[in-house]
Design a binder for this molecule. Structure first.
Ligand code: DX5
Ligand code: ZN
Length: 220
């Protein structure tokens, strides 16, 4: 299995001090930062877009921005180019939001970003074809409905992680939504290696302990 990576979701951070919050998490052991981009169409909420990401990449040199694109038409050139120009490291789009995943993965790679493919709770793992998974760098299994932080972890999504791990032993598989010390066990057992956690990390008194615990659970 690929190595364990912890990606705190900044959705649970203090947006008024976003750069400082990202630096704090890196200091506490986070390798990636998970940036939830919501457009008010694919999901009802609006969070942040390229202008904010650009400030973060300039203010936090070397940051790996794991951009979770909860947007309609993620294949639009403006989305891909804007996120690339803003310093996005990984562009993860929802399979439900586009009819041309392979072309989109190519466009993401052309802009030197890693490509991720996300599935919402009601989308089966089989919707990710071998061709799409082979082209992508990461698969994201949502363990809540996309749209907001702080929701309850949906156990019924975990079997999809096992199914994808069985099909793709070497692929990065991310879980996102309601993940924390109480729910990491089944995620790790099922084979996810990239762990997103918002509330559980930012809400903790000692985030470094939560990050270390999540990482060690995946590694053992
Ligand atoms: C939900 C987002 C998640 C969320 C995770 O739409 O994609 O990244 O912020 O936050 P927690 O860990 O609080 O569920
Ligand atoms: Zn997310």
């Amino acid at each position: 299995m690929p190595r364990a990576i912890i990606s705190p979701s900044v959705l649970a951070s203090d947006f008024g001090h976003l750069n400082a919050e990202c630096k704090r998490m890196i200091k506490n052991g986070a390798e990636w930062l998970h940036m939830d981009v919501m457009d008010g169409h694919f999901v009802p909420n609006i969070t942040m877009g390229a202008p904010i990401l650009s400030c973060v990449s300039k203010g936090v040199p070397g940051i790996f921005m794991d951009c979770h694109m909860m947007v309609a038409h993620p294949e639009r050139v403006c989305w891909v180019n804007d996120i690339a120009d803003a310093g996005g490291s990984l562009y993860c789009f929802h399979l439900e939001a586009t009819s041309e995943p392979l072309l989109l993965i190519d466009a993401i790679h052309e802009r030197n970003m890693k490509a991720g493919v996300a599935i919402s709770p009601d989308t089966p793992s089989t919707a990710i074809t071998d061709e799409v998974a082979d082209a992508a760098d990461m698969l994201l299994v949502m363990t809540v409905y996309p749209g907001r932080g702080g929701q309850r972890f949906l156990d019924r999504c975990v079997p999809k992680v096992s199914e994808l791990r069985a099909r793709f032993p070497h692929k990065d598989i991310e879980v996102d939504g309601g993940v924390g010390p109480k729910t990491i066990g089944p995620c790790a057992d099922a084979g996810s290696n990239v762990i997103v956690a918002g509330t559980a990390i930012f809400g903790a008194e000692k985030p470094e302990e939560v990050i270390a615990l999540l990482k060690s659970t995946v590694e053992t």
